[in-house]
Design a protein around this ligand. Structure first.
Ligand code: GDP
Length: 452
């Protein structure tokens, strides 16, 4: 491990000489290409890709390269974190009015034909009915152009025991929506989910109609239903709907397919609104909350980029473990060092957390860890009763002729037995010897010394 630290210092120097101790345009170049390709493969809109990479690069350049991590890998990790952050912030729950509200919560679904609106309406109804405080949901069929859509909603509604409000195809959709709200008020429904018509392509007539429906019912939530396979077009689609009616969020459907879901990023980047749910199958129960990190992995999952991210994480952990190990081996180890180190361990959460990061210690059992943690506590209480000079000079408690009486005093002061105190001293001696030996082995080319 000492050898490792020397090697580490050398490569640090090399890096400085090459000017690569910071992220630079040059040392992240190939990773930028990789990320760009992954995002495009994931069908993230080209403009979105370019602006994202530009932003992240501007922020990342100049950042210090973490020990043991290649600049390019660090850059990819930064992009990954950024993706999760972008898609994850502002994740707000589905709108729900106060129980005392006079009118029901209105959720309007919009989107292109075939995106999965009608299916999503039923899925959302089932979701609302299954919330911790179940809602009384009314579905409303406003797709007056496709009689089949009304029938489809009725069938879905029946399958989840949910009433569907419909007035056929000869009534203006805004009127159907308005009447559905009155009906809901009268019949004590607290949530109305409105399924609207869609077209193959975005057209002004569809948008005008959607605006009229919106104005007639003032929805609490307008969710854009986007087919994950929409790909590059998701950005334009989002912009058109958002400009027309101002969406509050989106549902990304058909994520059970093999698309990488780049549409999620486009929707979020263009509208600033969160993806609230994802559809993962045709069945009504196939609706899930949106998990930004999962989506970031999925989007970057192309071209082995994700394994880079994992590798970077691993190397960061290893670097941390190396730093700790080096401290242990090099410390001239007195009781003050011991206290400092145990404080560090406590700060890190648990002994287990740290031990598992040290190479070769990963296999330690939970029972062994609990025992070790108990011992640590005992040791600390004994050390608290030592004088400063005893802490700094453990030999006073080992070789000195006053050692015996000192130990008795320490034991009494901490409310422990003399046996506990003697045990601590012999454990401490053993630990010190072991550490010194470990350091020597590494220097002589023992296990670990061959690491690159
Ligand atoms: P609408 O025209 O927007 O109302 O779309 P539909 O709800 O009729 O859905 C169009 C097609 O997509 C139907 O065959 C649905 O079963 C299917 N569909 C909807 N959501 C999903 C989903 O999350 N996964 C899969 N695999 N198919 C879906």
């Amino acid at each position: 491990m000492l050898f490792d630290s020397l090697a580490g210092q050398m490569s640090e120097t090399m890096r400085k000489l090459q000017g690569s101790d910071k992220l630079t345009e040059k040392n992240v170049e190939s990773s930028v290409k990789e990320v760009r390709r992954a995002l495009l493969d994931a069908d993230v809109n080209l403009k979105v890709v370019n602006s994202l990479i530009k932003d992240v690069k501007a922020r990342a350049l100049g950042e210090k390269v973490l020990e043991g991590v290649k600049p390019g890998q660090q850059f990819i990790k930064i992009i990954y974190d950024e993706l999760a952050r972008i898609m994850g912030s502002e994740a707000t729950p589905l709108a729900r009015k106060d129980a005392s509200a006079e009118s029901p919560t209105v959720i309007l679904l919009a989107g292109l034909q075939g995106a999965g609106k009608t299916t999503a309406a039923a899925k959302l109804a089932l979701y609302c009915k299954s919330e911790a405080k179940p809602r009384r949901v009314l579905l409303c069929a406003c797709d007056v152009y496709r009689p089949a859509a009304i029938e489809q909603l009725k069938t879905l509604g029946a399958s989840i025991d949910t009433e569907v409000f419909a007035m056929g195809t000869d009534v203006e959709p805004e009127r159907i929506a308005r009447e559905a709200i009155s009906y809901a008020k009268k019949n004590k429904f607290d949530t109305v989910i409105v399924d609207t018509a869609g077209r193959q392509v975005i057209d002004t007539k569809l948008m005008a109609e959607l605006k009229r429906v919106k104005n007639s019912v003032t929805p609490d939530e307008i969710l854009l239903v986007v087919d994950a396979m929409t790909g590059q077009e998701a950005a334009n689609l989002t912009r058109a709907f958002n400009d027309a009616v101002g969406i509050t969020g989106a549902i990304l459907t058909k994520l059970d397919g093999d698309t990488r879901g780049g549409a999620a990023l486009s929707v979020k980047q263009v509208s600033g609104r969160p993806i609230k749910f994802v559809g993962v199958g045709e069945k009504v129960e196939k609706l899930e909350p949106f998990y930004p990190e999962r989506m970031a992995s999925r989007i970057l999952g192309m071209g082995d980029v994700l394994s880079f991210v994992e590798k970077a994480q691993e190397q960061m952990d290893e670097a941390e473990a190396r730093r700790l190990t080096q401290k242990m081996v090099e410390a001239k180890f007195d009781f003050e060092d011991f206290v400092k180190q145990t404080e560090m361990i406590t700060k890190m959460g648990s002994l287990g957390g740290m031990m598992k990061m040290i190479p070769g210690m990963a296999g330690i059992s939970d029972a062994q860890l609990t025992a070790a943690e108990r011992q640590l506590k005992l040791a600390r209480s004994l050390i608290n009763s030592m004088t400063r000079s005893e802490r700094r000079n453990p030999d006073l408690l080992i070789k000195d002729r006053t050692a015996r009486s000192r130990l008795q005093r320490i034991a009494a002061g901490s409310g422990r037995s003399s046996k506990d105190a003697s045990q601590l001293i012999s454990d401490f001696q053993r630990m010190r010897t072991m550490m010194a030996r470990m350091g020597k082995t590494m220097m002589d080319g023992g296990p670990g010394a061959a690491a690159p």
